[in-house]
Design a protein around this ligand. Structure first.
Ligand code: KG4
Ligand code: ZN
Length: 338
């Protein structure tokens, strides 16, 4: 299966095989990040992203096919992320996949990008359903019960900013470069997490939703109160912000896992994915939450947690195995709930 990913600022193509025992095998996985093009603007610029996808995608697909050492005639299908995401990029990827499907007479699978994140642990760890997914990236913050292919129940989501977005905005306020998540994590290591008492959003609520914009505003207000922001102030602000995110996240996940158990019984694992899951402090907090809930934390390797083509190809294989094939009328979608 050829997989194509163009929903945000990564252009990616990959070829993944499924062995007779059901396990996945990545034959190639080529990702070209556009971070440099967008860094100047402090965030992803949709029009620049779409044009970069147009420039790069054909080359990446060629490279992925060559590295995999297979011919287009040998493909069992081509999968593209058909959303949710920046519509210009989604159109580029989906249209390219349709062209390949038509020319090489192979099935098209239009994959939900979030579904691909949700199914990735089955590619890497062959885990069984049902499991609980925590997805936290620049665009998404969700707790999802993954009960089967195509069977997803959203248990919690952010009511405002995505978690990665909050890290990026705080970094921007502090003059740290984009993407801000790794910068904030790094600065936090030198900071005093107890110096600023930031709010712990949604703490103790019986739903499993997140909120991050109030916390972000609290950081902005605190910065406004400091006459000359020193390197130590930045470190302390980052540490205090991250501590608030951690406590809130752990609380939200505890509730999410409770809701999960009520509806689906014990999960086979708590799975973390998305760029924010690369944060070591958050990872440690998730480990604790999983243990307390009597389950284990599984994190696909970082290269498969962030956006990539292999996860799209794998989701395509899972859907193809169940006969879920799409027609040429498959529509690109900016918004698409799981
Ligand atoms: O999954 P991803 O690579 O791309 C999408 O957004 O789809 O996630 C990127 C997001 C960015 O907001 C970035 O700042 C955040 O993940 N991120 C982090 C860390 N590394 C990346 N946030 C907190 N701590 C990190 N170490
Ligand atoms: Zn993603």
């Amino acid at each position: 299966m050829l997989g194509i990913e163009t929903t945000c600022d990564e252009t990616a193509a990959a070829v993944v095989a499924r062995d007779s025992d059901g396990k996945g095998r990545i034959l190639s996985n080529v990702v070209r990040s556009q971070t440099d093009e967008h860094a100047l603007y402090g965030g992803v610029v949709p029009e620049i992203a779409a044009r970069a996808h147009v420039d790069m995608l054909d080359h990446l697909i060629d490279a992925a096919m060559r590295e995999a050492g297979i011919d287009y005639a040998d493909l069992n299908g081509v999968a593209a992320a058909a959303g949710p995401g920046l519509i210009g990029g989604v159109i580029v990827g989906l249209t390219t996949a349709k062209a390949i499907a038509l020319v090489h007479d192979t099935p098209l699978i239009a994959v939900n990008h979030l579904e691909a994140h949700a199914l990735t642990p089955r590619l890497t760890d062959a885990i069984d359903f049902p499991y609980c997914l925590f997805l936290a990236s620049g665009g998404h913050t969700q707790i999802v019960a993954v009960a089967g292919v195509g069977d997803y129940v959203r248990l919690g989501t952010t009511v405002d900013d995505a978690m990665g977005e909050a890290f990026d905005k705080v970094a921007k306020m502090l003059g740290l470069p984009y993407p801000g998540g790794p910068q904030v994590e790094e600065a936090a290591q030198r900071g005093d997490a107890a110096r600023f008492a930031f709010p712990r959003p949604m703490l103790g609520r019986s739903d499993a939703n997140f909120s991050l914009s109030g916390l972000k505003t609290a950081v902005r207000n605190e910065i406004g109160r400091i006459a000359h922001v020193s390197a130590q102030d930045i470190a302390d602000l980052c540490a205090s912000f991250q501590a608030a995110v951690l406590e809130s996240t752990a609380d939200r996940l505890r509730v999410g896992l409770d809701l999960f158990k009520q509806r689906f019984g014990a999960p086979t694992a708590l799975v973390a994915a998305g760029g924010v899951a690369a944060n070591q402090a958050i990872r440690a907090a998730l480990d604790d939450v999983a243990q307390q809930a009597g389950t284990r934390l599984i994190m696909p390797p970082p290269a498969l947690c962030t956006d990539n083509g292999a996860m799209i190809a794998w989701a395509g294989l899972e859907r193809l195995a169940l006969g879920m094939i799409d027609g040429m009328d498959a529509a690109p979608r900016a918004r698409w709930l799981l």
